[in-house]
Structures are given as C-alpha cells and as structure tokens.
Design a protein around this ligand. Structure first.
Ligand code: XBP
Ligand code: MG
Length: 234
C-alpha cells in the first residue's frame, strides 16, 4: 500500500487539550450558577462519551443526583457548551496548549512528500481553528484537504461517521490512508472505517484498550522510526 493520506484526530493527538477542555467546562458551569465541578478523576470517566454537549448530558443523566432539568434542557446544554467553547478558544489563542512533539514536523514532511492531510475530530470547527491558527499559523486550513469536525455527522466517535465523511471528501479508499488517534473511542471509529490506525497516548488515555492499533506510541518524538513504520520518505 502506498501511503496517500494521513487523517489526524485533534484532541489528545494534535495537542494535549483535554485538561483545557475540562477547565473550560468548569468555568462555564460556574458562570451559570452551577456547582458542577469536573475534577480530573470525574472527567476521566466522562471522556467515555465524545462531544462536549453529549458529555454534559451524560454527566446529568449518569452522575448527578436530584437535579431537575430546566424545560428547554437541550437549549440550556447548547448555551453552556457555547460558553465553554468561548473559554477554551481563548485559552488556545493565549498559546497555552502547544502541538504535541513531532506533529508540526510530520505535517511539514508529509506535505513535502505530497501526502494528503485531513482532520477527523469530535470537537468543533471553532476549536480546531483556534488550535491550529496558533500551532501552524494563519494558513493552516490550506494544509488539509478535508476538515471533518463535530456535528457535521449524525454520530460522533466511536461511530465511523466522521472518518467515512473524510474518506468521501478525499475520494480515497481506507487502504490508502492511515489515521492518528489517542483514545479508545477514536480507535474504534477509525477501525470501523477500515483505516490502519496509530495511537499516541496521553495521560487521559494511557490505560485504554488499543486492541487493533497498528502501533501504540508515547508520542511522535522519534519521527524517523515512525516514518519507517508508515513508509514515509521525508
Ligand atoms: C475529543 C472529544 C471532544 C472534546 C471536547 O475529540 O471528544 O468532545 O473532548 O470538545 P477528538 P467539544 O475526536 O478530537 O479526540 O466540547 O468541542 O466537543
Ligand atoms: Mg482524541
């Protein structure tokens, strides 16, 4: 198989963002008079559900006792999530969440080698823009042939929808591509789309089940050996 495209997950893969998300959720809750505080241990459990809006609903349904949902609960969750996204993008624009080791170099080397790049993420387009404008510069969007984010598909990871959407945009077969992921949910999603997947772990996902991954790496600090694995001649 000749490698034609690399499809990147965002949170936990391009950058170690989840604790930034967690802190932003807590700011949004506090600003709305809610005494909900997601500490690291609780957030670790809540990460079972992808998507910020879905995660808030999961928290309310499975972890909160004696909470009475307001009438327009869906709208309330959207409102909370929008406020959270405002805090999170502000955090990104301050430059407080850098790209993970090797990511920027991999993107540059892959582009030079003529390999197509794409994004397949559960997070919002707003968050991807804020992260990559800082991490890759204002022309970042031109590096990616497809940018699959959040709500553009009916089902979020671990469903394969976002990866199938990207494959359709790229007009490539799964066998022509590889995916870079960090989590169990992400791996389930890319494998369900039949894409060979490499995992880079982070503190939130270290102990998750990565059965089926082509390799599980701590990070991309050693690019030459990763290039050998994926057949990229930089
Ligand atoms: C990880 C997620 C996202 C983030 C929170 O996405 O599941 O929901 O945790 O971001 P990825 P939002 O697929 O990039 O690993 O609040 O914008 O959903
Ligand atoms: Mg991820």
């Amino acid at each position: 198989m000749t490698l034609k495209a690399i499809i990147f997950d965002v949170d936990g893969t391009l950058a170690d963002t989840e604790d930034g998300h967690r802190k932003s959720f807590n700011k949004a809750f506090a600003e709305n008079g809610l005494d909900w505080n997601w500490d690291v241990a609780l957030y670790d459990k809540l990460l079972k559900v992808t998507g910020g809006k879905e995660r808030i609903k999961y928290f309310v349904s499975d972890f909160l006792k004696g909470y009475t949902k307001p009438e327009n609960f869906d709208d309330f969750v959207k409102h909370l999530h929008a406020i959270k996204t405002g805090h999170y993008t502000a955090m990104l624009r301050e430059g407080s969440i850098p790209l993970r080791p090797g990511i920027k170099q991999l993107i540059n080397d892959a582009r030079k080698a003529g390999i197509t790049l794409a994004i397949a993420t559960t997070t919002t387009a707003e968050n991807v823009t804020a992260l990559l404008e800082v991490g890759l510069g204002k022309d970042w969007a031109s590096y990616f042939a497809a940018n699959g984010c959040g709500d553009i598909v009916p089902l979020k990871k671990p469903a394969p929808d976002i990866y199938n959407w990207v494959l359709n945009e790229l007009k490539l077969a799964p066998q022509d591509c590889i995916a870079l992921e960090d989590s169990y949910n992400g791996l389930r999603s890319s494998l369900a789309a039949n894409i060979k997947t490499y995992i880079t772990t982070n503190p939130y996902t270290l102990k998750q089940d990565f059965t089926g991954a082509a390799a599980v790496l701590e990070d991309l600090g050693d690019l030459p050996s990763f290039y050998k694995m994926i057949g990229l001649r930089a």
